[in-house]
Each structure stands twice: as structure tokens, then as C-alpha cells.
Design a protein around this ligand. Sequence first.
Ligand SMILES: [Zn+2]
Length: 349
Amino acid sequence: MPRFSDIIDQEQLKNHMQNALETGKVSHAYIISGEDGSGKEFVAKAYAKALLCESREKEGRYIEACDKCHSCIQAESGTNPDIITLVHEKPNVISVDDIRTQIRDSVIIKPYAAKYKVYIIPDGEMMNVQAQNALLKTLEEPPAYVVIIILTNNADAFLQTIISRCVVLPMKPASDDSIRKYLMEDMKIVSYKADLCTSFARGNVGKAIELASSDRFEGLKNNVIEVVSKLKGREIYQINQKIQEIIKCKNEDATAAESKKEALQNQGDMLDVLLFFFRDILVYKSTEKAEHLIFQDKLSYIRDISLNSSYEGIKNIFEALDRAQKRITYNVNADLTLQMLFLDIKENI
Ligand SMILES: [Zn+2]
């Protein structure tokens, strides 16, 4: 269950919430903004639980919920009637009806047990203008006990009138040191793998945890490097087949939207794997040492390719990777882009 001591970095945000818990100066509305995986839900739950706890106390640096009282136990099991998390019926939009039925009609009912009633709105950027206007009515005259926490990956999606009534708390990228420490100490991940996941996560704690704990990434990494190491003997159609196999979603029970999301994630991770792999090849070529490599488990491949390719060739590959990244960002046909990329790599190793 979320606790402040478990939130990695985010000092500014933690300070703000701790100060509110200490002084009782709690705002009626917050926007917590940050990319997917940055931990917005975790932070919101830690705050909601602490606000409602019947006997919170200072433990070490932080005022924390007790985790023992009735309110905390209910918060833990997701059944606390004073913590309401908005759900939306349509997958990509929060409609005016969602806001009316789940928030506007219920804010007038006093909290069951606590001093506060906390509403959490995940995917806040999905509120359309009508929904935002409906929410605005509540934000304009909120009952004293109401706290609304809007979570979003895009704070620009909100009307200025919404933003001006909220305390905006941005999630910042966590430091590599903090992420690495968490992976090694809390998740017991071995050091080279922790380094790898930290490099890939770029400050996103959720992404680091996903990379460290899922077979998806491990499989993808092995398959991508395998394809590169066998490029020489393969024809275009064979290479294409391999790329498609690597990218497609492996979960047969996934919905169409989930499959698409995973395929996009695999595509992005494939480019990242290539980027870090060739960076390793360059490092090894110039130092002949394994200690600074990200893919230490792929040393034999790295050594082979670095011996057989020139600095000029590796430079060409980095340029090809850069081009591919840009094309995909600008929605140029991804299949074709990846095919061209692998042909460029084939020519230069
Ligand atoms: Zn408690």
C-alpha cells in the first residue's frame, strides 16, 4: 500500500503534501501531471490514505498513514467509501455524465467517517470540454470536506479555468541513482540488469519496474540482438519476418487496443535496444573492456561485431537509428522504416 517513504524522489511534491498534512491546509483540488508510469496513482493514493487516516503519525522523515485503523484497512482493500476513483464507461473519453453521476451528484453527501472525501480522477486529459465544465461547477464551490485529485499525462488538455483552481504538482523524472538503488535493494535485481533497466527507463520509475520484472523486455532484447548477429546470412523477407515477430503483442487474450499499445512499446524498445547495443559496440571497440557495457550478458556478440565493423560503419548505423527514430515519431510507415534500418545495419557490420 502506498506510503510516502516508498515514493522515489519527487521531493517537491512530497514536501507540498507533507506540509498540507502537518498544517491542515489542504487544497480542494490538485492536478498531478506526469508521463504514464511515473507513479501518479501511487502518489495520489498515498496522499488520500494519509488524509483519511484516523491516527497518522510521523515516522522518520514523513507523516504517514498508520495502516492499522479502519480507514487505512478500507483504503488498502479499495473499499474506503470516502475515496472515490472515477471510472469512465467509454475507453478514451471521460464524459459529462461520468462527472455528473460520480462527482457532482455525490459531493453534497458528507464523508462517512473521515474529515475529507477524496475524489481521484485518473486519465484526466480524457475529460472533454463538457465534462471539464461540469467539474468546474464543483471546483467553484466545493464543500469544505472535498478534495479532488486529477491525474494526467497532459496538463495542457485542461481549460485554464480548471488549472487556475487547482494546485498543479508535476512529477519529475527520478534520478538514475534512486532508480538503480530501488531495483537492486527492493526488487533484488542484479547490478548489470539494474543498470540496463535504469538506462532504458529515463527517469520513469514505472517503466524501470516493468522492464525489470517482465519477461517481455528480456525476450525482446535477446531477440533483437539475435537478429542483428545473424543479419549477414539473411534475405530481406526473412529479416522482415523476424522484425514482425518481435514487435507483435504476445498476449493472445489482449484486446485490440492493448495489442496495439504493446506493439508500439515493443517498437520503441527495439530502437532503444539497438541504440544501447551499438553504443556498447562502440565502447568495446575503443576500450576493449567489458566493465562499462550495458549488455554485459551479450559480450561475445559485442566483441564479434566490434572486431568486424569499422568506426565509419558504426557511425552510419547511429545515423540510420536517428533517421528511423525521427520517421517513427512523425508516423512514417513503421514497418518500412524498420526494414530500411536493418538493411542499413546489415551493410555496416
Ligand atoms: Zn490509519
